[in-house]
Write a protein that binds this ligand. Structure first.
Ligand SMILES: NC(=O)c1ccc[n+]([C@@H]2O[C@H](COP(=O)([O-])OP(=O)(O)OC[C@H]3O[C@@H](n4cnc5c(N)ncnc54)[C@H](O)[C@@H]3O)[C@@H](O)[C@H]2O)c1
Ligand SMILES: O=C(O)[C@H](O)COP(=O)(O)O
Length: 630
């Protein structure tokens, strides 16, 4: 029995995020004048007791005297507390189930509301130690069972003495009374739990500060510990990605920093140190130098579609997986393209400028419906093909050109040459991606091949179109209008000024790269990309990664998952399996996928392994990264 380990866990502000009596007071006095006043008194008394400044019994009596509760109110309270369980406790539900014989709830709160909450996590009723209310025949709370040691000053110490647990005792809590167990020599370690509240006086007494459950499991090398506590995972989000992304990642337990604009290379080289997850949009140029300066980076999330701003090869070489949001802003770009096509065909930008100049120009000259006009889409990917569908619904005749075979949607006509598209269409809309070969892809020659009076729309990437040639075509009237949303060089953030490269053109729409800038798109992205990040961290799934072989796996229960990223050379899997054989590991499952550059092996093994196994895995030649998930 000597090596048995017990986890003695506090309830208020540890197992749950809140102090239960504060919530009871809110329930009782909701909508009345007393709510704030009583709430404050209760909170002050709780804080004084937790900090060891007021005897526990006194604080309890004074708090209960302020609360005229009934059994029904207490039931309502446990319902509310079930929704207020600490995030890291929720994340580690399986720990409580697996350790149900060794987890004890020791609380100065009341079993009446604690039991329904913790039982949901598999904690045994006989392992719940707390006070109990007394009720009168009208089910009103009259007080508490004064014979319970937990209602007394130093009650937790008294109880623990009575329990006389044989084995290693770890105490986890946010209050001074939890520390007292350790002080009395009844526990080996006191973890000051700071996920919900940090009490300096308690922290000063802690053996270990833990701001999540993962940190506790990691620090005791518990077999269910993830390789790295989530609360130590640092996330840097740039370019003002939607707040929801920050919240989602914080809820997962990560430390998240969100900055407004992009950073330049040197700034980023500095800032990336210690960062595990980086989130960017289109303005952050992620160079090899930055990737090499990163000492902890395991994944990058592009909170946009394009990934041309990222040195994908450098990321792959360093075992950094890159994810993007391939469809989250597609619809927004398409709606903007449709709107701009209609505005340009009706010469609205020109009419607006005339109005600004106090000119009245009511005329139909040069203004057309889009119905029946020929739209040429260059790049028939997600955006191009979606535009095709919506444009047809407006009655446009759609043609497209793509470097790869693409299914024609609706009645669209595939053209096999770009020249044919340019000679055919009244509107040309560019939706190619930002691959290096598309730099200056649409030259003056292409513009000159467009029909006289046609319009050009570029919502793809700035360097794709030769803007000097476009300026001339618009000045000479060869083209009747253009809409440009993206530019060869764009400011890092909204504080920088911008000298637009095209000027003095009436029928021109210039916008600051806002094709994907709708609240819907940004919310979608803030849900999708963090989801991918969390999945990769939790399961190793690389599905949708733009540079890693795509593997999708469920979470593994009761085993360890090992991730091995290596240069794609022959014989690595055999070497890995030799290591497993040498250490007598039972392989539960193994998945290998490769691309041209790397191999990604996920191996699930049963519970037992020696630390030397990990060293041997890392020592395999051509290993880029190796980590244990859990
Ligand atoms: N303005 C904005 O705010 C905004 C928003 C989202 C996306 N974008 C840009 O739009 C681009 C397209 O997005 P998507 O989701 O449709 O990408 P996608 O990868 O689904 O489609 C791109 C298509 O272009 C084709 N293509 C590439 N080069 C070509 C060429 N030279 N000639 C003909 N076809 C070519 C590809 O084969 C592919 O079918 C993104 O890469 C991004 O650069 C801009
Ligand atoms: O690639 C994209 O999705 C667009 O260019 C949008 O980029 P943004 O997130 O920087 O607006």
């Amino acid at each position: 029995m000597a090596d048995k380990r017990f986890f003695v866990i506090d309830f208020d502000s540890t197992f749950t995020k809140v102090e239960a009596l504060d919530i009871l007071s809110d329930i009782l006095y909701e909508g009345t004048d007393k709510k704030v006043e009583v709430g404050k008194k209760i909170k002050d008394l709780t804080d004084q007791a937790m900090a060891g400044e007021l005897s526990f019994r006194e604080a309890l009596e004074q708090r209960l005297a302020l609360l005229d509760a009934t059994k029904k109110d207490v039931e309502q309270l446990s319902g509310e507390l079930k929704l207020l369980v600490s995030e890291s406790v929720k994340r580690n539900r399986s720990f409580f189930t697996n350790e149900k014989d060794n987890v004890l709830i020791v609380s100065s709160g009341f079993k009446d509301f604690i039991t329904p909450v913790v039982k949901d996590f598999g904690i045994k009723e006989e392992n719940i130690y707390a006070n109990t209310f007394t009720y009168n025949d009208k089910d009103e709370v009259t007080g508490f069972d004064a014979s319970n040691p937990l209602s007394e000053h130093k009650g937790k110490v008294k109880l623990m003495k009575e329990l006389a647990l044989e084995g290693e005792v770890l105490v986890i809590g946010d209050g001074y009374t939890d520390y007292e167990i350790r002080e009395a020599g009844l526990a080996k370690t006191f973890f000051a739990f700071t996920e919900n509240i940090k009490r300096e006086k308690v922290l000063a007494k802690a053996d270990v500060e833990a701001n999540s459950f993962e940190e506790i499991l990691h620090s005791i090398k518990h077999p269910m510990a993830t390789s790295f506590p989530k609360s130590k995972i640092k996330v840097l989000l740039l370019e003002n990605v939607h707040q929801d992304a920050k919240l989602k990642l914080e809820q997962e337990g990560y430390q998240v920093e969100l900055l407004g604009g992009a950073l330049d290379e040197d700034e980023l080289c500095e800032k990336i140190k210690g960062v595990h997850i980086l989130g960017i949009r289109s303005k952050t140029i992620l160079t090899r130098k930055v990737v090499e300066a990163a000492d902890r980076l395991m994944l990058v999330g592009a909170f946009c579609i394009g990934t041309n701003q990222i040195d994908l090869k450098a990321c792959t070489d360093h075992g950094v997986s890159v994810f993007n949001a391939p469809f989250s802003n597609t619809r927004s770009v398409v709606e903007m393209a449709i709107g701009e096509i209609i505005l340009l065909m009706r010469q609205i930008p020109k009419r607006m400028r005339q109005m600004d100049r106090k000119e009245w120009s009511k005329s139909a000259n040069g203004s057309f419906e889009v119905r029946g006009k020929k739209l040429g889409i260059i790049g028939y990917g997600n955006i191009g093909s979606q535009l095709s569908v919506l444009a047809e619904m407006l009655g446009m005749d759609v043609y497209y050109y793509d470097v790869v075979e693409k299914l024609a949607l609706g009645n669209a006509t595939k053209l096999s040459s770009l020249d044919e598209l340019l000679a055919t269409c009244d509107v040309v809309s560019l939706h190619v991606d930002g691959r290096p070969s598309n730099k200056k892809f649409f030259t003056g020659e292409h513009i000159n091949k467009m029909k006289k009076g046609a319009v050009l729309v570029n919502l793809a990437r700035g360097p794709v179109v030769e803007l000097d040639a476009l300026q001339i075509a618009l000045e000479t009237g060869h083209l009747s209008g253009a809409a440009i949303d993206v530019f060869p060089v764009e400011p890092k953030n909204n504080n920088d000024t911008f000298d637009a490269p095209l000027s003095n053109i009436d029928n021109l729409i210039l916008t600051p790269h806002i094709g994907g800038s709708t609240l819907e798109a940004q919310e979608n992205i803030a849900d999708f990309v963090p989801g991918k990040m969390i999945e990769y961290v939790n399961t190793g799934s690389s599905f949708n990664s733009v540079n890693f072989p795509n593997v999708q796996l469920p979470r593994l229960e009761n085993g360890h998952r090992l991730l091995h990223i290596h240069r794609n050379k022959s014989g690595i899997l055999a070497q890995m399996n030799n290591v497993f054989a040498k250490h007598g590991c039972n392989i539960l499952g193994q998945y290998l996928k490769t691309n041209e550059e790397i191999g990604y092996v996920i191996t699930d093994i049963d519970q037992s392994y020696q630390p030397e196994l990990l060293e041997d895995m890392r020592a395999i030649e051509d290993t880029i990264k190796f980590r244990i998930l859990y």
